[in-house]
Write a protein that binds this ligand. Sequence first.
Ligand code: FAD
Length: 391
Amino acid sequence: MDLQLTAEQELMRDSMRRLVAREIDPYIEKHDPDQPLPKPVFVTILTKLAELGLTAARLPESAGGPGIKMLDYGIMFEQIPPIVGLSLIAHEATVARLSAECNQDQRRRFLPDLIAGRKIACLGSTEPDTGSDPRGVKTRLTRQGSSLLLNGRKMWITNVSACDLIIVTCMDCRDGEPRGKVVKVVLERDRTPFEAREIDTIGLRQGMLGEAVFENCVVPPENVVESKAGGTEVLKSSWVINRPLFGLLAVHLAQRAYDIAIEYAKVRKQFGKAIGAHQLVQKNLSDIVTAITTSRLLCLHALSLVDHGQPADGAAAMAKRYAQNACNEAVWQAMNVLGAMGLSTEAKVEGLYRDVRMVAIPDGTNEILALIHGRELTGFEAFRGTGRVVD
Ligand SMILES: Cc1cc2nc3c(=O)[nH]c(=O)nc-3n(C[C@H](O)[C@H](O)[C@H](O)COP(=O)(O)OP(=O)(O)OC[C@H]3O[C@@H](n4cnc5c(N)ncnc54)[C@H](O)[C@@H]3O)c2cc1C
């Protein structure tokens, strides 16, 4: 087992860092940190990521993707500012989902603009009453004469306020049944307008996390996804990649906090010497680097399992939960190294602390992730309450 990056991986990481510094950071820094970035800015950033294949990172070349290893994707992804990373996960996972579940005509109509980064995509699963347990979905697809109508509400959807296309998970009531099977429909905003607005949150405030309301939205019949792929397979193939990527968002934030803390520890003097020369400050810095290193390794390990076709559900859940907790603590420690300055908006660590808090919830809360990992370890499914033994 070789844990060193290859020369090629180092090159990828360094070119990504340079691209971020040159082409992405200036846009982010130019805008109010507390307001969602304007859509044209996001589209510009997305088109730059598209040039590297990252808008379709998990697709093989035969499906229009770059055909890269997920480990390499993770190495590059860690360099991306989290506000862009969050948006990219939502966009790119939607592209992967469309590619896996749509028919040929739908793929032809939806994918080229999304892969090129000209349009923004998102996935609407969560609702006001439906969070960790997706079976409670209430958004309904009904038939009225020759039209298909969508009614319901989605919440906490990344990219929704700026999206051009959303996949909506809904209850299929086309046969007049009050609760049919769960299906997905694709809404193209220019054909099926719907109301969407941002939700104000503690962190990642430049993002476009929001809610959408569907009131008698007319769904073109050709936009209903009659998936041939196994639903569970498809969901898992996005979760097992999404979760380590979320972990790497936390790693990015903790690394930035550490970079600020170590510089401060070298120049700030108390009791006649640099605070970095005090033993307990060194211990704090050591704890931060330990959290970053272990989190990074767990996330990359989960992605490497995917590359090797190994089961990665438990490893991906473990990686995200561990990384979020460890990096949350690491950013907190970094704030402490700066004393009162750590609490000021000027030092920019407090913003990282608010941002890292956001990673705990999407694609599995810490509790749900522990139960997913526990299910793999014991063979018992705890979260549905039946204690059913999993084959
Ligand atoms: C930044 C961000 C981005 C997001 N992006 C998207 C998106 O793009 N698309 C989308 O559809 N959704 C998205 N979400 C929503 C996210 O997936 C849900 O918030 C998440 O699944 C949890 O649902 P909930 O908030 O309703 O919490 P709930 O499910 O109501 O949970 C509340 C609490 O109960 C605990 N809990 C629930 N069930 C159990 C159990 N069986 N055992 C133990 N504890 C339990 C949870 O861990 C949590 O602590 C996003 C959320 C955030 C914060």
